[in-house]
Design a protein around this ligand. Structure first.
Ligand code: F6R
Length: 361
């Protein structure tokens, strides 16, 4: 049942205010400005003993894990990174008892992620799951974890589950942070930011008609560049994947700082750039990248918190706390991919060559 929408993808994008509300519900503790996550199976003493966090997933879940790693580093001050689960599995990684491993999966059935979890467990590691489908193989195999409560995701490409997974990571990072060195005031700041998300997502969804116009304007591109910096880079990766998957337009994502180390050679009017430009400590750096692109006559579509002078078009999104901005900046780019694919007449819910869950190696 598509509930009045033409595609499941559109339905699922539209459901995000409610989905985010669900992942937050019942978990915030205003007395201690922290978060309770029931199924973690990780007590405070164990949480304090974690020396590193390694996040494993595939595709969109890997991208959510990259943002999650950034949240854990900044809020809990634990070194954290994310890696595609299959790469991890095949490089015979050093498995460290003081590392917390986190497996991320919408379906909970992705073979490469499941096999990584099993290999880690066989070697005695502690593995948590950040999973959407309750009772799925990865959820059962993990030592504990949290469900992301996005609800059923039918469209092959992931949208609402991505957003909810990132919010779940923000909750986990806040929980770990408040056990370690994050202050009460900082905890409160993040909680207030989290509570603003559903209304801010609704506000972004209201600008769909404008985003549709932009999508129609850029749909003739043969290829597109996506750039972002630090928190913005995984947003660029995910937006580029979404565009590729459903529109079949070639797209690349680069950290903005890497442009001058090679990809700048590609910039010309026929290769538009989508730039993630949050109002944070990196704003001036990001503006300098826009200037470099403009100097080569590149077209620029910015996603920002205010109009960007160097950009040809800006999608303005509401500002949240710096750490939570990536959650909001991804939403208009889901709509951009959607309307680009629609303008090109693609089969959005069933893109060619792809399956909803990849249960083979
Ligand atoms: C992208 C997409 C895929 C999945 C990937 C992992 O839109 O849907 O990249 O994210 O196959 O799937 P899960 O999260 O079920 O492990």
């Amino acid at each position: 049942d598509m509930g009045g929408h033409d595609t499941y993808m559109h339905k699922e994008i539209s459901e995000q205010p409610d989905a985010v509300d669900r992942v937050l519900r019942g978990r915030i503790d205003d007395r201690f400005n922290t978060v309770h996550l029931g199924g973690l199976n990780l007590d405070a003493r164990e949480a304090r003993g974690i020396r590193r966090v390694k996040i494993l997933g595939c595709g969109t879940s890997y991208h959510a894990g990259l943002i999650g790693a950034g949240l854990i580093e900044s809020l809990a001050r634990i070194p954290a990174d994310a890696e595609p689960a299959s790469e991890f599995r095949y490089r015979n990684p050093v498995v460290d008892p003081d590392t917390l491993y986190i497996a991320v999966s919408q379906s909970g059935e992705t073979y490469d992620v499941l096999a990584a979890v099993q290999e880690l467990k066989r070697k005695g590691a502690r593995v948590l799951g950040v999973v959407n489908v309750v009772g799925s193989a990865i959820a059962r195999e993990a030592d504990g974890g949290t469900y992301v409560h996005a609800g059923p995701e039918v469209c092959v490409v992931s949208t609402k589950c991505f957003t909810n997974t990132v919010v779940a990571f923000a909750l986990l990072a806040l929980h770990l942070g408040r056990i370690r060195d994050l202050s009460v005031a900082e905890g409160k700041r993040i909680i207030e930011g989290l509570r603003k998300l559903p209304a801010q997502i609704s506000e972004i969804l209201e600008s769909e008609a404008d985003i549709k116009k932009l999508a129609e304007e850029y749909a003739d591109a043969k290829s597109m560049m996506f750039i972002g910096r630090v928190r913005g880079y995984p947003v660029a990766l995910e937006a580029s994947l979404k565009l590729k998957e459903i529109s079949y337009i070639h797209a690349e994502a680069y950290p903005a700082s890497e442009l001058k180390h090679g990809p700048l050679a590609l910039i010309e009017p026929a290769l538009p750039t989508v730039a993630i430009v949050p109002d944070d400590e990196l704003l001036e750096k990001n503006r300098a990248a826009l200037e470099e692109i403009k100097a080569r006559s590149g077209r620029i579509l910015a996603v920002a918190h205010r109009e960007q002078e160097k950009a040809d078009h800006t999608i303005v999104v509401p500002k949240n706390e710096d750490e939570l901005d990536p959650i909001l900046m991804g939403i208009p780019l889901q709509l951009l991919a959607y309307h680009t694919a629609l303008a090109l007449g693609r089969d959005i819910d069933k893109p060619r060559n792809l399956a909803k869950s990849v249960t083979v190696e």
